[in-house]
Design a binder for this molecule. Structure first.
Ligand code: SF4
Ligand code: SF4
Length: 353
């Protein structure tokens, strides 16, 4: 869990409610502010064998990775971690920090040999190609990635991890998966009688490869739409399939401006993440998910490799990408439209068309 800015008592009450509901896997990270400490305080009254704990540390700390692991154990008030993820293997530089001699993986393997860590996985916010490359190393037992109804780009990684019998944990399906805790009314109507959170969870859990979805509740009373997803199991029911088909049909609203997210337009010499900008445009038009689009769009250039790429405003209309687009989209024009729709920050560069 990444704790948002909530009072500690509320965070602890939320964890205690989760335990009472039978939720037994807690996931945090060194980089999530005071999350490890608060989670440690929340869980210390429970028997250690009654919960599974995952924490994550970015490989940039590889020179003192062992020290960081020990700090996490101290903060979490435990003697061992059930699972440990090398956090955010997002680009080639981080791949190097993980696998080099004296790198992060070596420190994890040493900690495993001493019983401090029981299982090792990795998380990634990077491109599909990086995720597949790391999966294929065979060094990890699980992968922690972005995959949602509203972003299915990483399906090949989910499938490949399943073939290799790896665990697949879905990062933030509610918030990063579409800000589904605050859905637009239009989306709510489309998924009725279920909450969009429930449908997204059911979509994910209908994949046999998906082993864990995270909940991300910030309050003790936020669990209902998550738990609702557990009332069914396995493949989507007929009713759920109809809802997914209804969602799929919304993309028709984009007509011949629909971006299929094939990524063939990349690379852009200006570093614009064309498919991600156009995905946000797709969602804003198809599902009225404008607020989600704004929330993600402002992250470009502000979150380094965690959400790579620059804003659409930097398009020079060089047209390099145009011949590579199988849909023959007018990419500069669509980027301009997306920027106007999604850009809301003050004092930054605006389009000057
Ligand atoms: S036209 Fe714009 S988006 Fe396409 S490659 Fe050139 S700068 Fe990048
Ligand atoms: S090549 Fe065209 S359809 Fe494919 S991601 Fe780029 S803009 Fe979208």
């Amino acid at each position: 869990m990444q704790l948002p800015d909530v009072p500690e008592e509320q965070a602890i009450a939320t964890v205690h409610r989760a335990m009472a509901l039978g939720i037994n896997h807690y996931e945090t990270a060194r980089g999530y502010g005071s999350s490890e400490e608060i989670l440690g305080r929340a869980l210390r009254t429970f028997d250690r064998s009654s919960f599974i704990l995952t924490t994550k540390i970015t490989p940039k700390h590889y020179q003192n990775y062992r020290g960081c692991i020990e700090e996490s154990l101290t903060r979490l008030q435990v003697d061992y971690l059930d699972n440990f993820d090398i956090h955010g293997i997002n680009n080639e530089e981080q791949v190097e920090w993980v696998f080099k001699k004296g790198g992060a993986l070596e420190a994890v393997q040493q900690a495993m040999s001493e019983g401090l860590i029981r299982h090792v996985g990795f998380s990634s916010h990077g491109q599909l190609e990086i995720i597949l490359k790391v999966i294929e190393t065979g060094e990890f037992e699980s992968v922690n990635l972005h995959y949602y109804y509203f972003n299915q780009r990483n399906l090949p990684a989910v499938r490949r991890a399943g073939e290799l019998d790896m665990g697949v944990l879905i990062i933030s399906p509610t918030d990063k998966g579409g800000r589904l805790h605050r859905p637009p009314q239009y989306l709510r109507d489309l998924t009725a009688p279920y909450h969009p959170i429930t449908i997204n969870h059911r979509f994910l859990l209908s994949h046999p490869e998906v082993t864990t979805v995270t909940v991300g509740a910030a309050q003790p009373d936020e669990f209902a739409p998550h738990l609702k997803a557990l009332e069914a199991d396995g493949p989507l029911t007929e009713e759920e399939q109809e809802i997914i088909a209804r969602l799929d049909r919304q993309y028709e609203k984009l007509g011949n401006t629909f971006c299929t997210l094939c990524h063939q337009c990349l690379p852009c010499p200006e570093g614009i993440n064309i498919p991600e900008v156009l995905r946000l445009r797709n969602l804003a038009i198809a599902f009225d998910m404008v607020e989600f689009g704004r929330y993600r769009y402002k992250m470009f250039e502000n979150t380094d490799h965690w959400f790579g790429g620059r804003k659409a405003v930097y398009c020079t209309k060089c047209n390099d990408c145009l011949p590579r687009c199988p849909e023959k989209l007018d990419i500069p024009a669509l980027l301009m439209e997306a920027h106007k729709m999604l850009y809301r920050e003050e004092g930054k560069r605006k389009w000057s068309d």
